[in-house]
Design a binder for this molecule. Structure first.
Ligand code: IMP
Ligand code: MG
Length: 183
């Protein structure tokens, strides 16, 4: 009999922080709340790539009102680095004109706040009707730039996390849970 193989991410994982069931429950609640809040408005979800992609696709299936989606890619970390470089670059811009639209930004995680602050500054120059933020994870203790967050999935401690869209050295975005990485 062969020994059960450990999954390959096991060597990188300190512990599971938010499991699949907790994510599903919270994402569903957020979707319901957003649907209620935007009942009378036409919603445009903007996903920040790449980390927000799993969150967006789950969240939108819990939003019961009509809504459009668009994507924007932003780089704030050097490849593989676990620390913010402090520089934020838009590597892919939106296709949709957001003028007079009700925009809800969908982000994976807010850490220093630099990425979000940069994106909000840029998008507000394009005259949306409203501009709000929904982030799955908030690492509040690391905030350097104040940013308004309208919907938060979970507040988490100051630890590097991966899974559910977030990468560890560009891998493991597909894991169904959010885990803390080993040092
Ligand atoms: P900020 O600009 O420092 O707020 O960093 C935000 C971006 O850094 C997020 O959109 C993530 O892509 C990335 N990031 C920050 N913390 C983590 C983490 O613990 N795991 C994976 N990515 C992270
Ligand atoms: Mg990222």
């Amino acid at each position: 009999m062969t020994a059960q193989k450990r999954p390959r991410y096991a060597a990188k994982l300190e512990r599971v922080l938010v499991d699949e069931a907790a994510l599903a429950a919270r994402v569903s609640q957020l979707g319901e709340q957003i649907s209620a809040d935007y009942q009378e408005r036409e919603l445009l979800l903007i996903c920040i790539l790449r980390g927000g992609v799993i969150f967006l696709t789950d969240l939108m299936r819990h939003i019961s009102i009509p809504h459009a989606i668009d994507f924007m890619a932003v780089e704030s970390y050097g490849s593989g680095a676990r620390q913010s470089t402090g520089t934020v670059k838009i590597t892919m811009d939106l296709r949709i004109d957001i003028k007079d639209r009700n925009v809800l930004l969908v982000e994976d995680i807010v850490d220093s706040g630099r990425t979000l602050s940069h994106v909000l500054d840029l998008l507000s120059t394009r005259s949306p009707e409203s501009l709000s933020v929904c982030c799955l994870l908030d690492k509040k203790a690391r905030r350097e730039v104040g940013v308004p967050i309208d919907y938060t999935g979970f507040e988490i401690p100051d630890e590097y996390v991966f899974g559910y869209g977030l990468d560890l050295d560009e891998l493991w975005r597909n894991l169904p849970f959010v885990g803390v990485a080993k040092d």
